[in-house]
Design a protein around this ligand. Sequence first.
Ligand code: AHR
Length: 502
Amino acid sequence: MAKLFINERNKMGHINPEIYGHFSEHLGRCIYEGLYVGENSDIPNVNGMRKDVVEALKEMQIPVLRWPGGCFADEYHWKDGIGPKEERKKMINTHWGGVVEDNSFGTHEFFELCEQLGCKTYVNGNVGSGTVQEMSEWVEYITFDGVSPMADLRKKNGHEKPWKIDYFGIGNENWGCGGNMTPEYYANLYRRYQTYVRQYHADKPVKKVCGGANGDEYYWTKKVMDTCFEMPQPPAAHGYMDGLSLHYYVVPGVWEHKGSATRFDENDWYKTLKKAVFMKELVERHGAIMDQYDPHKEIGMIVDEWGCWFDVEPGTNPGFLYQQNTMRDALVAGVTLNIFNKHCDRVKMACIAQTVNVLQSVILTEGPKMILTPTYHVFHMYKHHQDADLVESFLEGNKMIGTDQDCQVPFLNESVSVDKDGCVKVTLTNLSVSEDAPVEMSFMSLVPQEITGTILRGEMHACNTFEEPEQVKEENFNAYEVTDGVISFTAPAGSVISFRIR
Ligand code: AHR
């Protein structure tokens, strides 16, 4: 029996909604087909955006969307994606499948999409192959309200009013596809490029995200912080950065043979989850380096690419990164989001890769059909944490499980928050393939009166397909008892549970 103690009166930090963010790149069928089908498509759309996908993402409460890449960002020249569509330049998407990119989805379309989604905007600029002028003019085009060449061009292209950029990334993976730079070189470029990301509206600051490390390459964080971290010097309201990114993918195998998304055994299950749990160490160790410069946690850790990366589905374009999504993905998502919640003092945003049809997607499409993946349901179940305060929680009697000594993971994993109305939200995962977990959940002073529970469960390979779209779905969970304020229940093997308690 595990005991979950919750001190709902001890608030430990604020859970920024952006922790539940998403990433959409010009890659495979994420943007084209997945999010955008064009105004003339037979698939129901509003100004080219798929109605079904937009509705599902709104229901999941998508808080922020990152675009246009990824590796694509450092090859993207934004002026190719504005103006009349028939005149837009075509290019080869060299990173992703060598297909023709016709630029029919560009700046105007991205902001239209975010408006429809009601989410914040995260634009990623080009450092690898772009100029300072190009980046500076993009920000001017999007955000400047007065008379200027770029604001005039935007108006000429049909958008009178500026948009708001909530976050702006200065390059992507500049240690790799974004230019193969050393941290010292990138850090100096960062200082220069960010200078020209102008703040045109004091009340709508553009938060600047510096390109961070790949997984456990801690030296990158150290070197970049060394050069780029500056506290704002009055009268300047901003330092050089508001966030530092981190990318980490869960790859159960080796890079050349990552492993199948759907055909795996118990060993692969635990290996994958162990790699997911490693996110805790990454956040803490990169966080400790950031603390040396920024002890008051003024800047955020922005985990703007995370998720499972498996071999592509057989028969699909290897450059499109299309993969299925099972209960294993759901548990990776559940564990990772609990880790982010528990480190919300430092982690201010995270974007799972990628929204539709690419890597650990929340949605898959096939022509006019759309399915929600197990990962979607986890985001839906966890949405109640958005904008709530993390509170203290502790699991007693939790044990390590796995198939062998080297591959052990915690049996249970949880996070707890409380919203402004005093509603307590608990999310809990059982990582075991086969063992159910009896749990007793008690509170500091709350006497539960009203409990809403939901559960996601299924055997380890369970997934949704276009033929059987509802194999894995959220269900009501009422199998609990309340005795003297203590809630007792059994978390089935391989499940994700969420409670809202008043
Ligand atoms: O998400 C796919 C790719 O993974 C991104 O383009 C890149 O940033 C990362 O390596």
